[in-house]
Design a protein around this ligand. Structure first.
Ligand code: OAD
Length: 234
């Protein structure tokens, strides 16, 4: 059986679902309750910053009561025990990969626990609520502090590093993502074109399931630890 050297794992909201954080597009998901144009676009923030702050304040507060699940822990174990490289590229803005012990991690859609000022761009860690009358600690401007979240219409982070890692990967694993949002949804094709074996681990077949060489369906807390154990046994 083939052994792998460079592994890239793309993760999405389904990975954190069993920790108690809502996904976006499932029944009762975040986008069934909120219009993404109002809370996840620069235009929505310009129209109603208080609403956007309320939305992300709620999600930031949720992080105080959740813990990594068996799937996050298995991916951290993969990074620790695999002899080659393991890079996690997450679309999730929670901090559960870090809490599980993953280090080689890219938050391509930003982080709930970071904010920046849209006037001076100074960024910082932030675990409390944001409000419209808050002054930026760096430049003193009021009203410009925003969550460090990549909104629709904005460029995801570290795309060059991700492209390099996908080109070098010989195994690409996608976990808990519906494959609806580009550029992440295109990573499987990119990795596959460069010769990687591609695997989908998801509750159900995603939009892009047919692009994968291998698909395993079930809850992340069972399919991810099982798949990681398989890789580490090789
Ligand atoms: P989605 O809500 O679109 O998809 C979640 C996927 O996880 C679905 O395919 C579910 O079937 C699957 N799933 C649900 N529970 C699961 C479980 N217990 N185990 C395994 N899989 C499970 O979330 P994402 O694909 O992450 O972006 O969404 C991508 C981006 O769209 C997000 O980063 C966010 C959103 O708009 C921004 O806000 C910029």
């Amino acid at each position: 059986m083939k052994t792998y050297r460079n592994i890239v794992v793309l993760t999405g909201a389904g990975l954190s679902a069993e920790s108690g954080l809502a996904t976006f597009r499932d029944k009762d998901g975040v986008w069934s309750k909120y219009d993404y144009r109002e809370v996840a676009t620069p235009e929505g923030f310009a129209r109603n910053p208080a609403l956007v702050h309320e939305f992300y304040n709620m999600r930031r507060r949720d992080l105080k009561s959740v813990a990594p699940n068996a799937a996050h822990l298995a991916l951290a174990r993969l990074e620790r025990e695999h002899e080659g490289s393991v890079l996690i590229v997450t679309q999730n803005v929670d901090n559960l990969h870090e809490a599980a012990g993953s280090h080689n991690l890219i938050h391509m859609h930003g982080e709930l626990l970071k904010v920046y000022c849209r006037h001076c761009r100074a960024g910082q860690s932030w675990s409390e609520d944001l409000s419209t009358d808050l002054a930026c600690p760096a430049c003193g401007h009021k009203g410009g502090m925003r969550p460090d979240i990549v909104w629709f219409g904005e460029m995801p982070y570290q795309m060059e590093e991700i492209a390099d890692a996908l080109a070098d990967a010989d195994l690409f694993i996608s976990v808990g993502t519906s494959g609806n949002v580009y550029p992440a949804a295109g990573f499987v094709a990119e990795a596959r074109n460069h010769g990687a074996h591609t695997v989908e681990l998801n509750l159900e077949p995603s939009e892009g399931a047919s692009y994968f060489h291998e698909t395993i369906h079930g809850p992340a807390t069972s399919v991810v630890p099982e798949y990681v154990a398989r890789i580490l046994k090789r």
